[in-house]
Design a protein around this ligand. Structure first.
Ligand SMILES: NC(=O)C1=CN([C@@H]2O[C@H](COP(=O)(O)OP(=O)(O)OC[C@H]3O[C@@H](n4cnc5c(N)ncnc54)[C@H](OP(=O)(O)O)[C@@H]3O)[C@@H](O)[C@H]2O)C=CC1
Ligand SMILES: O=C([O-])CC(=O)C(=O)O
Length: 265
C-alpha cells in the first residue's frame, strides 16, 4: 500500500482524499496543514488520521501530494524533496519564482527525489511538450472564468466584478507575470509554459466573463510540428469556484498511474 502525505485539505485535497478511499494500492496516511488547523482537519477525517503542521512528526511515507497553494508549496515541497520524498504538485505557478525553482532543483538532486506536475485543469500537455522538441515559435493561453472565479484576486482592483456586463480581458502578459500576480488562477499558464516555450515566451490573457458558468481554457501553439488548438470547459469544484474539478481528478489519476503496470506517456 502506497502511503501518501496530503499537503493542504481544501477543495482539491478533500476531493483527492475522498477518491482515494476506494483505492486498493494508495491511502492518505497523513495531512500537512497550517499551524492551528490540525484539530479542524482531524475532526473532518477522524481521530486516527495523522494531521500535523510540522514535518518532523510525519510517519513513513512513499509520496506527497501538494494542493496547498503557492505558499504551501514554497514552505514544504523543497523540504520534502530534500528529505527524499517524491512529490506530485498542482501549484505549478510557484515555480515562476526563480529562487524557489532553483531551491526545488537543488533539493531534488540532494534527496534523489522527483517533483511531478500534474496537468491539472488543462489538457494537451503531452502534445505541447512533444512539439517543444521540434521548436515552438508561439504559444498563447487564454484563461476565462466566471466573475466569481476572480474574486479575491488582483482583478478586483482592475474591474468592478459585480457590474461586469461583457467578457473583459484584464491581463495580458507573460506566463511568469500571470503566475506571480494570480497565484490561485494562473497555474494553468505556468504548466503550459513549462511544457512549451517557458515562462517568459508564453503569452497569457486572463478574462472575466459574466456569461459563462464554467472555467474555459484555450491554447494556441505553432511550431515546426504544425499547429495546435486546445480548449476545455471545466466545471469548478463545489468547494472553490476558482478551481476546476479536473485538477483534483488529474492528481488521483497520477497516483493511480504510479501503481499501474501500463502507462500512457
Ligand atoms: N494546476 C492547476 O491546474 C491548478 C492548480 N491549483 C492550485 O491548487 C491550489 C489549491 O486549490 P484548492 O484546493 O481549490 O484551494 P483551497 O483554498 O480550497 O485549499 C487550499 C488548502 O491549502 C491549505 N494551505 C494553505 N497554506 C498551507 C500551508 N502552508 N501548509 C499546509 N496547508 C496549507 C489551506 O489551509 P487553510 O484552510 O488553513 O487555509 C487549504 O486547506 C490553488 O491555490 C492553486 O495553487 C488550483 C486549480 C488548478
Ligand atoms: O482551476 C482552474 O480552472 C485553473 C486555475 O485555477 C489555475 O490555473 O490556477
Amino acid at each position: 500500500m502506497q502511503q501518501i502525505l496530503l499537503i493542504g485539505f481544501g477543495a482539491i485535497g478533500q476531493y483527492v482524499h475522498q477518491a482515494l478511499q476506494i483505492s486498493e494500492h494508495s491511502r492518505i496516511a497523513a495531512v500537512l496543514c497550517r499551524p492551528g488547523r490540525e484539530a479542524a482537519v482531524r475532526e473532518a477525517l477522524g481521530e486516527s488520521m495523522v494531521c500535523v503542521s510540522d514535518l518532523s512528526k510525519l510517519p513513513p511515507l512513499d509520496l506527497a501530494i501538494e494542493c496547498a497553494g503557492h505558499a504551501g508549496f514554497a514552505q514544504h515541497v523543497p523540504a520534502l524533496l530534500h528529505w527524499g520524498l517524491d512529490v506530485l504538485a498542482v501549484s505549478s505557478g510557484a515555480l515562476a519564482a526563480r529562487d524557489l525553482a532553483s531551491q526545488v532543483e537543488q533539493a531534488s538532486t540532494m534527496g534523489q527525489s522527483h517533483l511531478a506536475l500534474v496537468s491539472g485543469a488543462i489538457g494537451g500537455m503531452d502534445a505541447l511538450s512533444a512539439a517543444s522538441i521540434g521548436g515552438l515559435n508561439r504559444v498563447v493561453y487564454r484563461g476565462r472564468k466566471p466573475v466569481q472565479g476572480w474574486r479575491g484576486s488582483p482583478a478586483e482592483k482592475l474591474l468592478v466584478l459585480d457590474e461586469l456586463s461583457t467578457a473583459t480581458t484584464f491581463f495580458t502578459g507573460s506566463a511568469r507575470e500571470a503566475a506571480l500576480q494570480y497565484p490561485k488562477n494562473a497555474n494553468v499558464a505556468a504548466t503550459i509554459a513549462l511544457a512549451g516555450i517557458g515562462f517568459d515566451k508564453t503569452t497569457v490573457e486572463l478574462i472575466a466573463d459574466p456569461d459563462i458558468t464554467a472555467n474555459r481554457h484555450e491554447i494556441e501553439a505553432q511550431g515546426v510540428f504544425g499547429k495546435l488548438q486546445f480548449s476545455i470547459e471545466g466545471e469548478a469544484l463545489p468547494g472553490n469556484p476558482r478551481s476546476s474539478a479536473l485538477t483534483a481528478m488529474s492528481l488521483v489519476k497520477a497516483v493511480e498511474k504510479r501503481g499501474s503496470s501500463l502507462r500512457l506517456v
